[in-house]
Design a binder for this molecule. Structure first.
Ligand code: DSN
Length: 426
């Protein structure tokens, strides 16, 4: 068969783009060769609707072992009692929890999407906001941190059935203990979406939400450095107290309900090649080297935030506890919006994304901020010295967004620097 040059040329172009640029999108990372191999393996050929030992297809003996390995490693990584490794994405994992815990129209609370919350935590254009009734909690405008007192007031008033912790642009540790206490006061399920900091949690550098939340969801491709995908986990509240009667009068336990919500509730056949790659990534995250990697991710983020603040940039909450930070451009450049900043930086091969900042005065299409993160650069071997340079280059571009000569000069410098940082160094 003739090779599909059209698509493989594009894949090579994307490879080159990734090689030569500085990747600062907080939710991205570079997987190991073994994760990549597992994803590109013959496991993609297998249909395996169902779960290990209970499939709707023959020939699942091997994928059963692979999925079981993924489950065992994931449990070990987060000290979980029960996990599901089949969600195709974090949004799917969240949708499965919603399907299990809520009925259409039920109220739930999540971090305001304009302030760092995630699309699948109540956006009007996502099933979470279309089918259910989202109520937002907010950041304290003075501190840029979650306002737990206000969260409690809202919860007591609204009586949500579920409260969600976690977001996609929040650089601070969460007070899971307080959130659980609030959830308990109003009889709500407490769910944490740990997609962003999962790798740092696995490495023991941030609190493990499984100690506090009834249900935890995550993606596997951000700080956890695995293939694109989602997972659901439960720990100390495993099984009880939410047995639910089915139409046939059978009491089903929470784990069974969650399994059924993933398949057949919202998904068909699991992606067994991705599940194999998840198993590889979980195995890698269990190694001591991963802890060193995660520590460096955190150090790099702290240095990048400090260096930007030294140059007059406002970082929301004045720093970071994790891998990410949100830069409020209005302090240094009141006229510069996030869209223009993102475009200028991408032209210099520094990849970031525009992001709304808390209490933003611009729309989601323009925004007043950019979000930065260090997981991908750290995988390439970046240390603190490079972060100082990155801050300098970002500042040079943002001070000269319309100066093509300067942007070209920075791009050449970026490309030269990144020649010294292989895509996977471990
Ligand atoms: N979680 C989003 C991000 O943080 O980029 C993508 O869904």
């Amino acid at each position: 068969m003739k090779r599909d040059e059209e698509i493989f040329n594009l894949i090579e172009k994307e490879h080159q783009r990734q090689l030569k640029g500085m990747e600062l999108i907080a939710s991205e990372n570079f997987v190991s060769d073994e994760v990549m191999q597992a994803m590109g393996s013959c496991m993609t050929n297998k249909y395996a609707e169902g779960y290990p030992g209970h499939r709707y297809y023959g020939g699942c003996e091997i994928v059963d072992q692979s999925e079981e390995l993924a489950r065992t490693r994931l449990k070990q990584l987060f000290d979980a009692e029960w996990v599901n490794v089949q969600p195709h994405s974090g949004a799917q994992a969240n949708a499965a929890v919603f399907l299990t815990v809520l009925n259409p129209g039920d109220k739930f609370m999540g971090l305001n999407l304009d302030q760092g919350g995630h699309l699948s935590h109540g956006s009007a254009v996502n099933t979470s906001g279309i089918i259910y009734h989202p109520i937002a909690y907010n950041l304290d405008p003075k501190t840029g941190r979650v306002n737990y007192d206000e969260m409690e007031e809202i919860a007591l008033r609204e009586k949500p059935k579920m409260i969600i912790g976690g977001g996609s642009a929040y650089s601070r540790e969460w007070d899971y203990e307080r959130m659980r206490a609030i959830a308990d006061k109003v009889g709500a399920i407490f769910m944490v979406d740990m997609a962003h900091p999962a790798g740092l949690i696995a490495a023991g550098l941030l609190k493990n939400p499984l100690k506090y939340a009834h249900i935890v969801t995550s993606t596997t491709h951000k700080t956890l450095r695995g293939p694109r995908g989602g997972v659901i986990l439960m720990n100390k509240d495993f099984e009880n107290p939410w047995g639910k009667k089915t139409k046939k009068g059978i009491t089903k336990m929470m784990s069974q309900l969650l399994d059924s919500a993933v398949f057949p509730g919202i998904q068909g056949g699991p992606l067994e090649h991705v599940i194999a790659a998840k198993a590889v990534a979980f195995g890698e995250a269990l190694q001591p080297e991963f802890k060193e990697y995660a520590k460096q991710v955190k150090k790099n983020a702290a240095v990048l935030a400090d260096e930007l603040m030294k140059r007059g940039y406002k970082i929301v909450s004045d720093g970071t506890d994790n891998h990410s930070m949100l830069v409020d451009l209005r302090t240094k450049f009141p006229e510069l919006d996030g869209k223009v900043a993102e475009t200028a930086l991408v032209s210099a091969d520094i990849t970031v994304n525009k992001n709304m900042v808390p209490y933003d005065t611009r729309s989601a299409f323009k925004t007043s901020g950019i979000r930065l993160g260090t997981p991908a650069m750290t995988t390439r071997g970046a240390k603190e010295d490079l972060m100082i340079k990155v801050a300098e280059l970002i500042d040079e571009v943002l001070t000269n967004v319309t100066d093509e000569k300067i942007i070209t000069k920075v791009r050449v410098e970026v490309n030269n620097i990144m020649k010294n940082y292989p895509i996977f160094a471990f």
